[in-house]
Ligand binder design. Sequence first.
Ligand SMILES: [Zn+2]
Ligand SMILES: [Zn+2]
Length: 277
Amino acid sequence: MRVKFWGVRGSTPTPQAGNLRYGGNTSCVEVRFGDNLYIFDCGTGFRTLGQQLESEAGGKPISAHIFVSHFHWDHIQGIPFFRPLYENSQNQFVFHSSKRTRSLERVMEEQMSSPYFPVDTSEMKAGRNFYDIEEGRTQLDDHARMQTLWLNHPQGCMGFRLETREGVLVYATDNEPGDEVFDKNVRKLAEGADVLIYDAQYLPEEYEARKRGWGHSHWREAIKVVMESGAKELVLFHHDPDHDDRLIDKVVEDARNYYPRVRAAAEGMEVRISAAR
Ligand SMILES: [Zn+2]
Ligand SMILES: [Zn+2]
């Protein structure tokens, strides 16, 4: 299983010089397992992933399962700019998200409606299927299954655990600690995982001082989750727009004093998970 990061920033894109080493695009993670392509979230990183997929496919059809954790801007803003949705009617995308707030199909129509966007979803020629997912387990193709649980976030956010014969990847972003049920959920998802991608938006001191109730976590909590769940490797994700590269370097350095196998997600970074790890 190969995991590649296309967008790692939280809240809003930050294309500014001091942030470019980790990257300014918002949430989007690509996963390849065998011939299968799984995508977590459609932030602005989704656009560049689309370009890469098209150039790789060379006109052949592209198909993917796309998991959308929730509908805040930083997780959907790349959708109208994902080129594989437009021209090739052979492309097939299966979107998975919860209907609890509304359907993703409606979200896409709304985000591309007048006066917010020049064209609407009727321009998208690719096949699109929308599946409602709630908490539970879903069998995906070829020996892969997905477990989903809710996380603690305004309007909700879904956490994902992808289990394959090559290993287990957990994508759990946008989660605030401190609620008994959700604290348990995130640890359950992460239990024994090979790689845990986790919300580390704030510094612990920022969180304590003024960010309670905003729906996000910090690196100190991320360390707690990885240690308490027995996950093997931690990837800090959803970096704050105001945290520049130097600050994120410092976060990783501090975090490694508590747990050695931690790094910060960066655009273009790849992580491989194999049964032999
Ligand atoms: Zn977010
Ligand atoms: Zn959010």
